[in-house]
Each structure stands twice: as C-alpha cells, then as structure tokens.
Design a protein around this ligand. Sequence first.
Ligand code: FAD
Length: 523
Amino acid sequence: MHEPITDIVIVGGGTTGWLVAAHLNHRLQWGLGHSDGVRITLIESPDIPVIGVGEATIPPIRAMLSLLDIDEDEFVARTQATFKLGVRFDDWDRDEGSDRAPDASVRSFVHPFTGGLQLAGRDPAASLLAYGLPADLTIDPQLANLVGHGVAAIAAHRSPRSLADAPYAGAINYAYHFDAGLFAAFLREVCTARGVEHVRDTVLGIDQDDRGHIAALRLGSGTRRETELVIDCSGFRGLLINEALGEPFVSYADYLPNDRAVAIQVAHDETHALLPATVSTASDAGWTWRIPLRSRVGTGHVFASGFMTDDQAVDTLVRRNTGFTQLTDARAIPMRVGRCRNSWVGNCVAIGLASGFIEPLESTSIQFVDYACRRLLRAMPSRAFEPTQIARFNTEMAELYEEVRDFLGLHFTLGNRRDTPYWRAVAHDAKRSDALAHCLALWRHALPDDFDPRSSVAFGAGSVRAVLFGKRFYTAPIATGTDLLPREHWDRYARQIGALQQILVGALPPHAEMLRMMVGRAA
Ligand code: FAD
C-alpha cells in the first residue's frame, strides 16, 4: 500500500498561501475527518512583499468561508468587508464611432450575481427580446433581462441579506470586497491557532532527488528543510514551478491586452454612500476599478503598456479620484497574464499567482485558489505521486483558466468602442479561442445556457447573458428554441417581477447599516 503524504510545505504568505493553509489545515489537521500526524508549514519571506491588491471576490467565496468554519460576522468585522452584488461597467459600451463628449451621460450595464429566474421552465429573456417591456413598467430594463433583483438592490444601496438570515445566506446572491492585508492576517491567525506552523524565512534554492522532485528547500537562515509535497504560492515570479523547475508559462497576451496596473487607496467622500458593487470604468487604454470597503476605497487602473505609460495611467486614475483624499502613493504593478503549462509538476503544486492570472476585470483570482485547493484535496496523491491525479488536476486548472479568459474576452472583443488606438487594436487584434467563437455563433441564435462549454465552472449562463445584453449583442429576437411566451403571459410576468422587486428590495436593510449590525454582533 502506498504511504500517505504527512508533510506539506507552503511557500508564500500572501492571500494564496494562507488560503491554501486554511483549506489543507481544515481537511487534514483541524476539521471533521482530519488525519493525525500531518504537518503543514507555511514559509514566508520577511523581505519579499505580498502584491497587496485583490480585494473583490465572486459568490463562491461564501461557500468557501463557511466550509472553513469561519464566522461571517467576524470575517466582515476583521477585514473591513462590504457586500458585492455584482460589477457595474461604466462606459464600456458606446455607439460605434461615437467620440462622446466627456460630460455626456455614460452608458452602464451591470453583471449581477443573482440570476437564473425562469418561468414555467422557460428563459424569459427570449420574450424580453421579442416584445420589450410593457410600456407602463418603470423597472430597470436590465432587471427584466431577468438576471434577478441584484441590479435594483445595487442601485438602492441595499444589503443582499438581513440580520435574520442564516450565515452566508441572503435573498440576493453576493460576494465581498475586503482589505487584502487584513484578510491574509485574519487567515494567518486562524491557521496558526488551528495548527499550521509559520516560518519567516526566504527560500533561496532547492535540492532535487533523482525523480526531479523537490527534496529540500534551502533557506536564508541556513536551514535545509526537507519536503514531501510543496505548494508554490510565491506570486507572479513562480519561484519553484517556473524558476526552479523550469515549467513554461503560457501567455494570454494575444487574448487579453492589459499587462500593468497602478493602484491608489482613497478615503470615502463625505456622502459615504456604500455601493454594494465594484465599479469598472473603461479608460483610453484599459479600465479603472473602484472597490468600496468600510474603511476606505481601493482604486486602480489596469491598462496596456503598449498604449499608455505608468504616468498617464496614474494621471487618469487621479483625475477619476477627484474629490477623494488620497491615502497612498500610486503603486505600479506588472501583471503576468496566462497560466503555467502545468500547475502541478512532480511534488510541486503552484496555486494563486504562481500558477496563473487572468486580469482582474471579473475578480476571479481568489476563487481560482479555492478551486485549486478543492481539486488538490480531491487529487491528494500518496507519496508515489500517481500521474493520473496530477494529470487530472492540470487539465482542470487549464480548463478553468481558459474558460475565464474567454469570459473576459466577451468584454473586450464584443466592445463597441473604437475611439482610441487601444480600443481599435482590441477590436481588430484580440484573439478569440475556437471555443468562444463557437459559443458566440451559438449565442447569436440561442440564449446562453449552463450546458454551453464557455459557461460552467466560474460563471454560469446568467453571467454570460448579462454581458451579452450589456454589450447589445442581441439586436433582434431569438429565432430558435421554445422559450418564447405568449405575449399576454409575458406582460403579466414582467409586471409581477416589477412588483416583487419593489417588495424584496424594499425589505432589505441598507448596505452600510447591515454591515454595522454584523460588526456589532461580532464584537
Ligand atoms: P503574493 O501576494 O505576491 O504573495 C507571494 C508570497 O510569496 C509573499 O508572501 C512573499 O513573501 C512570498 N515569497 C516570494 N518569494 C519567496 C521566497 N523566495 N521565499 C519565501 N517566500 C517567498 N484577485 C481577486 O480575486 N480579486 C481582485 O479584485 C483582484 N484584483 C487584482 C488586481 C490586480 C492589479 C492584480 C495584479 C491582481 C489582482 N487580484 C485579484 C489577484 C490577487 O491579488 C491575488 O490572487 C492574491 O493577492 C494572491 O496573491 P498571491 O498570494 O498568489 O501572491
């Protein structure tokens, strides 16, 4: 019989390292069904800083925190968290050829997290496209896009849940924004209290055995730490997977144009309206983000260095922050967009930025970490390192990266903007995978559904549809399928949705008030 792994070393103490530690610790050391005798050590360099951004998430984070037995109130209190019900995209969609004056009103659309409403098993969006809304109905047309009530709750600054709801549950689907530094510190405290060893030291090199596995890490303190299974969470440099083991990195630069970011933290303005959504606003050569936390607002500009300098990117961001007190200097961050050819090589599994990164437009990286941990725990090898387990993990990770890359491709390649060299280049040159091209051909004549190859693990059909509608992909009714309702049913249904929306959103507490109550309950 093969012997089980009993010693796991995690290299890196950013969000990824501590999340991996939390998952492994919960399954192998602390939680239900733990195995005695497993040792988990996290080695973090005291000299190499964490990336310090990554403050918006997507809804599966709730299941993750719940699984890890983390109290929701305490998490919100400790990390300055706010609720995120979706992403609002400002100025991503313009009339073709429009060189809109700066003061003209900006077109927005929302990718809300609540979706999937059906009527008698049918997708009501088909009827929306065919009939439009009843003339007397004043609800947001995108709500009638029937992706749920999230859009209305965002506009009304509502919480997705009330105090009476069970932890991690709400009437509206949600994720969080949080302070990345506080989140990592909170997880560190949880993990070390539950049995993870924390070592502050720098990995300088590795010793390999005759299989090419990492037999030991050579540390700055002079220690040689022997290893069985090593998790590389060292960030963009891929210290072990790429630098030490030489695994190639597959760039997605041909698909996704942006390769740099600048970030600035600002204080809330006086009105302090706490929007329960991330705002992404298109710029001349990329887009800026705005992430409201309880304590401050995180802002940043993601851009393509071939079309904009760091100084220009900062300049745009500072202008967009007018009226807000700047709390930090601008910080430039190069981005390595793509994935390792294989994230698991021998006894080394790369997770987080060391494994790969899709630019942050849909805030997916932290969820990749969760997904990788779940797949690793599923595929946990014995000391024989069964190749089938490794191959399955690598295939699953590659598919996830490709799926999300293509989801983001919708935002860029369906863009209606042609007003700057960047947007013209994106429209002409950004590559589409065969899978995405196939799906777009499908979606032209049929609404997206969860069986489509490009809407599954990270984002379902509701998300795809929100972007397609936001980008005005559909200009005519859908000709195929059987979703279309008789006109009178549709009118009645649309009115019912409008009424339901008012009741539901009206019953939810204001966002800021709900957070205050949760923080108070945690104290
Ligand atoms: P890092 O934070 O870089 O941590 C690396 C760790 O490795 C550090 O502790 C370092 O000390 C350690 N290390 C490195 N070398 C050594 C060594 N030799 N010895 C020992 N230790 C070492 N994600 C989201 O989910 N949502 C977002 O909204 C989002 N926005 C982003 C915006 C931008 C502009 C960027 C670039 C990323 C964004 N991300 C986002 C991604 C997110 O920042 C990361 O997924 C997250 O911070 C985890 O990073 P990490 O822990 O993998 O790497």
